[in-house]
Design a protein around this ligand. Structure first.
Ligand SMILES: [Zn+2]
Ligand SMILES: [Zn+2]
Length: 329
């Protein structure tokens, strides 16, 4: 695999990274297939926006959003099966079991943790410090603009949290587990150490409860765009979409085995945030993960930040500081 290929950077022996849209393969197949995989993403986005815009109050609630989210994922699982980007990313039973473990964990544990020390407490604090009347002007903006601003604020926060995780070792320890995944599929966003999932989840939801419709629309923007970060589907995504929004191509570079490439594409939803701050790289990668693609067990995913942190502390302060005084001879 040594050597130079046009449009490819070859790092080490076997972690090629493709840079530039012009070098990325297109969907192969007849005109119907081409059409579907070109317009699927914009169509779903539009449909979801229209739904939340016009749905009567009786069904415009969080439980509906949860069911739409589940249905959407099942549909995307079907697409992954029909038109995978990489055969090497195909779902195996082993991967599926891990994914379901984390999806289940996300639904239960994180909800609980958030309830006690996350968003809910922050909402209380904000409500005490803030006078909602001062925000009434916001509610008079067009609904879609409100939704965009809400989702942008969250994604902006997530951009800096994620970038911080790649630049400050204690935060990196929590995030590194997510970078040990060796394939992308629609459930991989849930895979990671729970400490990280909590940090990323901080600030999502809650603040805009006083504008339920705008909050639901903001949530749907996140769902209909950022879901494609982790997906094993080959799309002919329209160029304007790729310019504005995060894609599986961008995120596969972020997960690649090329260290330099992982230091890019930090935004979850709006890749133009990366463009603004100079961290966007357009391209894709197939070989993912750390340490040459070593796969972690669930047990290691749970303990890794702590065991690695402990090792780092020992290395820094020496055996004595951590293990207690050296016994007298
Ligand atoms: Zn990352
Ligand atoms: Zn990821």
């Amino acid at each position: 695999m040594e050597g130079v290929r046009v449009g490819k950077r070859v790092i080490g022996a076997q972690s090629p990274v493709t840079i530039g849209w012009e070098n990325i393969p297109k969907v192969e197949g007849g005109p119907v297939k081409q059409f579907v995989f070109t317009w699927f993403q914009p169509t779903m986005l539009l449909a979801l926006i229209l739904f939340w815009y016009y749905a009567p109050n009786s069904i415009a609630k969080a439980s509906t959003a949860i069911w739409i989210g589940v249905g959407f994922k099942v549909l995307l699982l079907g697409l992954e099966w029909v038109n995978p980007r990489y055969e090497s990313w195909r779902l195996t039973w082993k991967e599926l079991v891990t994914d379901l473990f984390y999806v289940g964990l996300g639904f239960t544990l994180l909800r609980l943790v958030d309830k006690f020390i996350g968003d809910d407490v922050m909402i209380e604090a904000v409500q005490h410090a803030f006078h909602w009347e001062k925000l009434l002007w916001f509610g008079s903006l067009p609904l879609l603009l409100q939704a965009f601003i809400i989702s942008f604020i969250f994604d902006f926060g997530q951009y800096w949290m994620h970038r911080g995780m790649h630049n400050w070792y204690p935060l990196w320890l929590t995030h590194s587990v997510h970078h040990y995944i060796t394939q992308l599929n629609i459930n991989k966003g849930a895979v990671g150490n729970p400490v990280e999932l909590f940090l990323i989840g901080l600030g999502i939801g809650g603040f805009f409860d006083f504008l339920p419709r705008a909050a639901l629309l903001a949530g749907t923007l996140g769902l209909a765009i950022s879901t494609y970060q982790h997906i094993n589907v080959r799309f002919n995504t329209p160029s304007w979409w790729r310019y504005l929004f995060n894609t599986t191509e961008h995120h596969s570079l972020h997960h690649s085995q090329d260290y330099e490439a992982t230091r890019s594409n930090y935004a979850g939803t709006y890749i133009f945030i990366d463009r603004i701050f100079g961290t966007c790289v357009d391209g894709e990668a197939e070989l993912l993960g750390m340490e040459g693609g070593r796969r972690m067990s669930i047990r290691e995913q749970m303990t890794y930040p702590f065991t690695e942190g402990w090792k780092a502390l020992k290395a820094r302060f020496g055996g004595r500081a951590v293990n207690g005084p050296v016994p007298a001879e």
